[in-house]
Ligand binder design. Structure first.
Ligand code: APR
Ligand code: ZN
Length: 254
């Protein structure tokens, strides 16, 4: 526990709210844990998470997509369709509220599910990409994601661009460079970030997790301990859908 961290749960909520209220440039940094309460399993969940499925994990690479696109799409498309149907939960909504009220300057997310935008967040940096459209591997033209759905239903995977090139999801696979939003987020943080609100991330995946290091101080909200808990100003072990609305209510009640 870092110096100044308190053991009292209510005091930690107040401390987090106070830090956010006093911040001039606060950002949220979110991971898969912010979306589990929307029915999307995180990556480390035993049984359902990507990391507990070695076969799926080995397919989540740019090489696997190029070598066997039909296998790649057959493995991931069903779960991506569930992501696209998911609805934001109270944690996403609390973050959107905090931005609307001028407390947060934006949300940096590792998630590709689009739920922050769906909840109303306006400034969102999706550092691992998103599922709003597909992009051609050859000519870079974009296409509606429904083209992949149609190809799945018609047995014509992988989806093809008008130029004949393969359409791929606009997400960052293992071994690939980060999405342009990663550099944009870093540039924003370089302008200053006095408080980072880290919600639902194991903080084990780099380079995304390195962005937390740009903040003068950070608050961690996560179900379980993370490797950066000892450096956080406040650590709250709880569910994002429960904790975030409580913090937002405290910040906005003053
Ligand atoms: N509330 C708070 N924390 C939660 C909740 C919840 N409801 N549900 C799960 N968590 C916590 C878990 O305990 C875990 O520590 O969220 C964390 C999620 O960690 P990961 O699954 O590792 O997700 P993330 O940090 O986003 O991983 C980053 O890993 O596989 C890659 O590219 C993928 O973007 C992903 C990246
Ligand atoms: Zn093309």
């Amino acid at each position: 526990m870092a110096a100044g961290q308190t053991k009292n749960a209510a005091a930690r909520l107040f401390q987090a709210a106070e830090l956010l209220r006093q911040a001039s440039r606060a950002y949220a940094f979110t991971g898969a844990g912010v979306s589990t309460e929307s029915g999307i399993p995180d990556f480390r969940a035993p049984g359902t998470g990507l990391w507990s499925n070695p076969e799926l994990l080995s397919l989540a690479t740019g090489d696997a997509l190029r070598q066997d696109p039909v296998r790649f799409y057959s493995a991931f498309l069903p779960q991506w369709l569930r992501y696209r149907k998911a609805e934001p939960n109270p944690a996403h909504k609390a973050l959107a509220d905090l931005e609307a009220k001028g407390i947060l300057s934006g949300v940096i997310t590792q998630n590709i599910d689009g739920l922050h935008r769906k909840a109303g967040s306006q400034t969102v940096y999706e550092v691992h990409g998103h599922l709003r459209h597909l992009v051609c591997s050859d000519c870079c033209e974009t296409a509606n994601f429904e083209v992949a759905v149609a190809a799945l239903q018609q047995g014509t995977l992988p989806p093809r661009c008008r130029c004949g090139g393969m359409l791929r999801p606009d997400v960052v696979l293992f071994g690939e460079t980060m999405a342009p939003d990663f550099d944009r987020a870093m540039a924003e943080l370089h302008q200053g970030c006095d408080v980072m609100l880290v919600v639902g991330s194991s903080l084990k995946v780099f380079p995304a997790a390195s962005l937390v290091g740009f903040a003068d101080c950070f608050i961690i909200i996560n179900l379980e301990p993370t490797p950066l808990d000892h450096r956080a100003a406040v650590v709250i072990h709880g569910s994002a859908g429960d904790v975030m609305p409580r913090i937002a209510a405290l910040v906005l009640s003053q």
